[in-house]
Design a binder for this molecule. Structure first.
Ligand code: 5AD
Ligand code: SF4
Length: 427
């Protein structure tokens, strides 16, 4: 969602004649698009912003813009702590970014030597298109409904127009985005209709969507995934916990049994599908038995990969009122859960060895399977890529290491989010 927002902001700025740059030293505008879902993300954004005081002082006329969820939640604090910030645009106002930033850029007349630039955005072959914003759920740990507001749906026409724009810029794969993307409704249209409409656009070869909520994985959506060829065989379906007690306390609106039944239905309808998930460990009140229920769910469903998060209390959410578990216990459970998720993920990747997959090349030497594994293409296969134009190649997976040596040895590792769990072993 944040990447898509950054891209959207980038497009607005480019439309105003700005040029993007990879190098902050060349830039005249530095945009920090922030996330507040977990404390760690917010802390990283604040330290990045802290460094910009010196960046700004180096050249007159430079501007610092802070946008996104953390900006929405902490606007006053940000302005107070970092007085050099020129503009704060909260997540609820991203759609009005053009107008708001217009005011900033209108001052350009007084900054004669200003040569605006934005961070580089790269979404040529695989593009994100936002179909809805906000969230009507009230998961008790989650800050999103507070910083992004209630659900707002774009019309099918508006979404299709954006899809056409992205295709004309070179996109072959479209990922529809929304906090609960499959709750989409506009007039008579529901999410399954949206998928079919996007598939009807010439040039769209692959469709993905993130993040769906289990509650809205209706039979119509499943049937659409199974029958519309453009919709990829991959589903990221956050489960959060395998314990019904925790799911209830999180207010997730489904049970372990519902989720398992749904996964079974999905896999039956789309047999080669990869299924991935999000898990939170250490939610307040989580007992060892609750946690084991999560581990057993992971074992039972054999997720192809997963993101495991340590519970992070977000001020203002109902769960933040509850007593937190000791941090050390959260760390331990995080480690145990990651090890299990990663062990299964590795086994699944090794199953790909010797198979032939369609890989859509996104940049030189790197592509993605329909099932959403990122693939580093062997050097000798690279001549299959035509210069400057993306294409889908048939790619035979090879093992980087022998399977029997490839068991995960690590006892300590980086958080799953940054560890690219979808990265395949092919090289
Ligand atoms: N603590 C930990 N993880 C969280 N997530 C959302 N809020 C929190 C929180 N307070 C995770 C959920 C969600 C993903 C995007 O982030 O797993 O699916
Ligand atoms: Fe947050 Fe729950 Fe909404 Fe997802 S569905 S954005 S976890 S409140």
């Amino acid at each position: 969602m944040n990447v898509a927002d950054s891209n959207e902001i980038g497009r607005h700025l480019k439309a105003k004649g700005l040029v993007e740059t990879q190098d902050p030293q060349d830039a005249s505008i530095y945009l920090v698009n922030t996330c507040t879902v977990r404390q760690h993300a917010e802390d990283r954004a604040f330290s990045e912003i802290g460094r910009l005081g010196r960046w700004k002082a180096k050249r007159p006329g430079r501007k610092v813009v802070v946008s996104g969820c953390a900006a929405e939640r902490t606007k006053e604090y940000l302005e107070d702590r970092f007085p050099f910030i020129d503009l704060v645009v909260g997540a609820k106002s991203i759609e009005n970014f053009n107008e708001i930033a217009g005011r900033l850029l209108d001052r350009r007349a007084t900054d004669e030597d200003l040569d605006y630039a934005v961070p580089a955005v790269n979404e040529k072959v695989a593009a994100f298109v936002t179909s809805m914003r906000g969230c009507n759920y009230s998961c008790t740990y989650c800050i999103v409904p507070y910083v992004r507001g209630r659900e707002i749906y774009h019309s099918i026409d508006q979404i299709l127009a954006e899809v056409r724009d992205r295709v004309s810029e070179g996109a072959r794969e479209i990922t529809l985005l929304g906090q609960t993307v499959n709750s989409y409704r506009h007039g008579q249209h529901r999410f399954a209709d949206l998928l079919r409409a996007v598939a009807g656009i010439d040039g769209v070869e692959r469709i993905r969507f993130i993040s769906p909520h289990p509650y809205y994985m209706t039979d119509r959506v499943i049937e659409t995934m199974a029958t519309v060829p453009q919709v990829c065989e991959s589903l990221h379906l956050p489960v959060q916990s395998g314990s019904n007690t925790m799911l209830k306390s999180m207010m997730r609106n489904y049970t372990r049994e519902h989720y398992i039944a749904l996964a079974g239905k999905m896999r039956q309808a789309v047999p080669d599908m990869t299924l991935s998930t999000d898990i939170i460990v250490g939610f307040p009140g989580e007992t060892e038995e609750d946690f084991r229920q999560t581990l057993s769910l992971v074992e039972e469903l054999q997720f192809d990969w997963g993101f495991v998060f340590k519970y992070s209390a977000r001020e203002g959410t109902p769960a933040a009122e509850l007593e937190c578990l000791p941090q050390q216990l959260i760390e331990e459970r995080h480690q145990r859960c990651l090890e299990l998720v990663d062990r299964i993920a590795l086994k699944k990747r090794l199953d790909l060895v010797g198979t032939i997959q369609d890989v859509l090349i996104e940049e030189l030497g790197v592509g993605r399977t329909r099932t959403n594994y990122k693939v580093h293409v062997r050097r000798e296969s690279r001549n299959l890529e035509s210069a400057g134009r993306a294409q889908t190649i048939k790619y035979m997976f090879g093992a980087k290491r022998k399977p029997d040596r490839a068991q995960p040895q690590q006892t300590k590792r980086k958080p799953a989010r940054s560890a690219s769990p979808r990265e395949a072993q092919a090289r």
